[in-house]
Each structure stands twice: as structure tokens, then as C-alpha cells.
Design a protein around this ligand. Structure first.
Ligand SMILES: [Zn+2]
Length: 396
């Protein structure tokens, strides 16, 4: 393969004809058609008049949990987070395929849909130990040509209620996890300080970021968010801490929302939402107006938590629009940014399609970002590091 590739006959999101020049898998230029010097040795690819979009970035996925690759397993009901955790641990003991097979199948599915990078939480508890992590680390090697994987060591069964987990979180980060996670310090562990002490001790000792799941609602959840923000500032971890779900932000009175969002902005904490089902969700525009970073991910895809989900981030951005009543073009663009620039920034990726960044992009037959969210085209051509990995929604 030549080191230089010119992708011609493509349009930007404003419909203007552009050319993309790729060198050694990185963006070397993206400019109006006819204005870039194309080296004679460059391979030329005809983009068929399609629109170029940045590759999609999934800010929250669970590669180890998915049951994709297995015959459909009916959902086991569980009305509380604690009951679902117990049901999942029971199911996990009987699943026939290893994480490498199930997670690998999920990576192949989402890569074909245009996802080029994910942040995957991986369960760490005293029963499974680091086994799930080891397999996701193996997937990072075997599937690196399709996707970049960032890993969060996630104490799904709690920390204080599962003694030994705190030590495992340290081991997980030492073994290659990029961040440390957490889960409902009050709702699951019933010990806000104990839980957060354990999580932030891992972050401090290993100099890693944090991404906690927080389902605790209302004033309790808001109190926990402020505790997380205060600890973030105390350890100078601004910009490296995220909270996933944070449903509570969607059900606070103005005073509580004001003081909580102010502290989140000050601590540069990013809030991940997947546009959840019938529960309150963080108000995207209101948080952004308060200076809080918001990003998006799929969360559960065909696992013990949900029989649904397909990993399609264009569909996911549409779900965000439905939940937030976004209809105008600029709001649809705002939702698309949650699954591209915003999630990419949280994962430490540079501005997409800027010079010197990996040539990770998709081509779709739509005239604008808004039309893309509305049409949810299945025909996507996907490039990862300058190499075509999918065409018409299928891996090549
Ligand atoms: Zn999750």
C-alpha cells in the first residue's frame, strides 16, 4: 500500500467539494478540491461524491459483558441495580463463549458502523478477578487495526461490599487498565467516603483518570457529584474525571442544579449520557451552557442489563435528540458532536480530521450532519488510520 492516499470526489458537511490527503495513516491535508498538491505516487480513491464525517467515538461500552455471538438469551428481570448485578454474576458463570469471542464480535459490529475508538468498562470483582481485563487487553492487540480501546477497571459489584476489590483495582491498573471506575458510592456500597477514598487512591497512586457509574438519583446523587468534584480538584485531576449516567442532574431544582453544575465545570468533569430509558437524564444544553462537558456512549449492548443496543452511534445520537427534544439542525449537530469531538476529547483524541491525526473517518451519502442523523444510513464506508475497513456497512 502506498504511504500516500488522496481521497477525491468527497464533500464536507457544508456540501463543498474537498480532497483528503493521507500520509502513513494520518491526515496530511483536507482542503477544497483542486487546492491540494497531490503527489504523483499517491493512490487515488474516488469517494463517489459522498460526505466525509469524522470516525465515531463510543465513550462508554462494555466489551466484556456483551452476549453477542451467542444465541439470544432472554432478559432476566431485576428491578434494582443490586438485583441486576446478582443476576449478571449468575448468568456469567454459564456463558459458553469467552470475552475475546463476544467482545471481538461486538468490535467487528461497531467498526462496520463507523466506530473507530471506544472507552470500555471492564468488570473487576473478587470472583472474576482480572480475567475479563486480560481478555479485553488481548482484544486491544488483536483488533487494534479496527478500533482503539481505552479501558476502565470497573468495580461492578461494589468496592466496600466486596472486600478485596480495592486491591484488585490497583492490580488492574498496573496490568494495563487506563482508568479506574466506580459505582454508586451510596446506592451500592452505602459508604460514600469509603468508596470514593478507594477509587481516588487508585487514581492518585497510578496517575490515571476516573470514570464512575452513578445511578443514585436526586439530591443524594447531586451530593455525590459534588464530592467527586471536590476530590477531583483536591488531587488536581481536572479534565481527567468523568461520571457516567448521572441521572440525578435531570431531576434537581434550580438551586441544586446551579451549585452542582458550577462545581462540575470547575473540576472539568465530563458527564456521559446514552439517552437512557424511562429515567431522568442530564439536560445536555443546560449543562453545556453551565460549562460542563457532555459526551455520549452506547453503554449496554445485548447483555444482562439490556437485550437491546446495536452500537450504532448515529442512532444513539438520534436517541439523544429524541430524549432532549432536539429537532433543529444545530441541535442535531450538537448531538452528533457528542459521539465524535466530545467523546474523542474525553478519550484524549485530538480534533478529528486535523493535520497529523489518524485518518479515521466515514463516508455517507447524505448532504448534512442533520440529514445523517435523520436518515441513519446503513451504507457507510469506514476508514481507520487511512485504511478502508468497511464498505456498505460491512467489514472488508
Ligand atoms: Zn455502563
Amino acid at each position: 500500500m502506498p504511504a500516500q492516499i488522496a481521497v477525491e470526489n468527497i464533500r464536507n458537511t457544508r456540501g463543498e467539494p474537498v480532497t483528503l490527503l493521507i500520509e502513513d495513516g494520518q491526515v496530511a491535508g483536507l482542503a477544497p478540491a483542486g487546492t491540494l498538491g497531490i503527489p504523483e505516487v499517491a493512490e487515488r480513491i474516488d469517494g463517489g461524491g459522498k460526505m466525509i464525517l469524522p470516525g465515531l467515538v463510543d465513550g462508554h461500552i462494555h466489551l466484556d459483558k456483551t452476549l453477542i455471538g451467542l444465541p439470544f438469551i432472554p432478559h432476566i428481570p431485576g428491578e434494582t441495580v443490586a438485583k441486576r448485578i446478582a443476576a449478571e454474576r449468575e448468568l456469567r458463570r454459564t456463558v459458553a463463549l469467552p470475552v475475546t469471542a463476544r467482545g471481538g464480535a461486538l468490535i467487528e459490529k461497531v467498526a462496520a458502523l463507523g466506530t473507530v475508538a471506544v472507552r470500555s468498562h471492564v468488570d473487576i470483582d473478587t470472583e472474576i478477578g482480572l480475567k475479563g481485563l486480560e481478555q479485553v487487553l488481548s482484544l486491544r492487540q488483536s483488533h487494534g487495526h479496527l478500533i482503539d480501546i481505552e479501558i476502565v477497571a470497573f468495580p461492578q459489584s461494589g468496592i466496600m461490599r466486596d472486600p478485596g476489590t480495592a486491591a484488585l483495582l490497583h492490580e488492574a491498573v498496573a496490568a494495563g487498565a487506563d482508568l479506574v471506575g466506580g459505582l454508586d458510592p451510596a446506592g451500592i456500597d452505602d459508604d460514600i467516603n469509603g468508596h470514593l477514598d478507594a477509587v481516588f487512591a487508585v487514581a492518585e497512586k497510578h496517575n490515571v483518570g476516573v470514570d464512575l457509574h452513578l445511578h443514585d438519583g436526586g439530591a443524594l446523587g447531586a451530593f455525590e457529584l459534588r464530592q467527586i468534584a471536590e476530590r477531583t480538584i483536591a488531587l488536581s485531576l481536572q479534565g481527567r474525571v468523568a461520571v457516567s449516567h448521572a441521572f440525578c442532574l435531570g431531576e434537581l431544582d434550580d438551586a441544586d442544579f446551579g451549585r452542582t453544575s458550577e462545581l462540575l465545570a470547575c473540576a472539568e468533569i465530563a458527564i456521559m449520557t446514552n439517552g437512557p430509558g424511562p429515567v431522568p437524564m442530564p439536560p445536555v444544553k443546560r449543562l453545556q451552557a453551565a460549562g460542563v462537558r457532555v459526551f455520549c456512549g452506547s453503554d449496554n449492548i445485548r447483555d444482562a442489563w439490556s437485550p437491546f443496543g446495536n452500537g450504532d452511534l448515529i442512532e444513539r445520537a438520534g436517541i439523544i435528540c429524541d430524549r432532549q427534544d432536539f429537532r433543529a439542525d444545530d441541535d442535531l449537530e450538537r448531538a452528533f458532536a457528542l459521539v465524535t469531538e466530545a467523546s474523542g476529547a474525553v478519550l484524549g483524541r485530538a480534533e478529528p480530521l486535523s493535520i497529523g491525526t489518524p485518518a479515521d473517518f466515514i463516508l455517507v451519502d447524505c448532504g448534512s450532519i442533520a440529514e445523517t442523523l435523520a436518515a441513519r444510513p446503513v451504507d457507510r464506508t469506514v476508514f481507520k488510520a487511512g485504511r478502508k475497513v468497511a464498505e456498505a456497512g460491512r467489514l472488508v
